[in-house]
Design a protein around this ligand. Structure first.
Ligand SMILES: Nc1ncnc2c1ncn2[C@@H]1O[C@H](COP(=O)(O)OP(=O)(O)OP(=O)(O)O)[C@@H](O)[C@H]1O
Ligand SMILES: [Mg+2]
Length: 139
């Protein structure tokens, strides 16, 4: 186990996933990459100005969340990197996992938006379905 990809959307569940990934990374001497994807907005009723503003706010929010993660990881003796992407979350996560040839994807079971009645959120569910490497869903 060399490389672990952690998916983070700012939710409590993804904080739990990150914690678990750090634990595993430290045990195995593996590096971790924290990936947060800023989703694209498909709401056609939005004007371009509104869309840009929303994306800007989401980007700032994500950058702040990643900054917090960066400082929380800085004291730990783990090789950690944080990356931001924009697009369809599951697609970008699967693409990054493949490109980086990671050994494990760690994800939360739910995220910021979902209804708890579903067993898994749509992003984690697509990761489990389509990933070609092992996936750990943290509950
Ligand atoms: N934009 C994202 N960037 C990175 N990781 C994400 C993103 N969205 C979700 N994840 C990862 O997937 C996990 C599950 O979130 P998911 O989005 O599947 O559930 P949800 O928000 O509860 O439901 P849904 O989005 O389907 O309404 C999160 O804990 C996080 O680890
Ligand atoms: Mg979600």
């Amino acid at each position: 186990m060399n490389r672990i990809l952690v998916t983070h959307d700012g939710s409590k569940a993804s904080d739990k996933a990150l914690k678990k990934a750090v634990e595993i990374g430290l045990k195995f001497g593996a590096s971790i990459t924290v990936l947060s994807v800023i989703p694209e907005l498909y709401l056609t009723e939005l004007s371009d100005v509104d869309r840009e503003r929303i994306v800007q706010v989401m980007t700032e929010e994500t950058q702040n969340a990643m900054e917090k993660i960066r400082s929380s990881l800085s004291g730990k003796s783990i090789d950690a990197k944080i990356i931001l992407r924009q697009g369809d979350p599951a697609e970008k996560i699967l693409e990054t996992a493949k490109k980086m040839k990671v050994d494990l994807i760690v994800t939360g079971s739910h995220g910021r938006h979902g209804a708890k009645k579903f067993l898994l959120g749509s992003v984690s569910s697509r990761i489990v379905d389509y990933s070609t490497c092992p996936v750990l869903v943290v509950k």
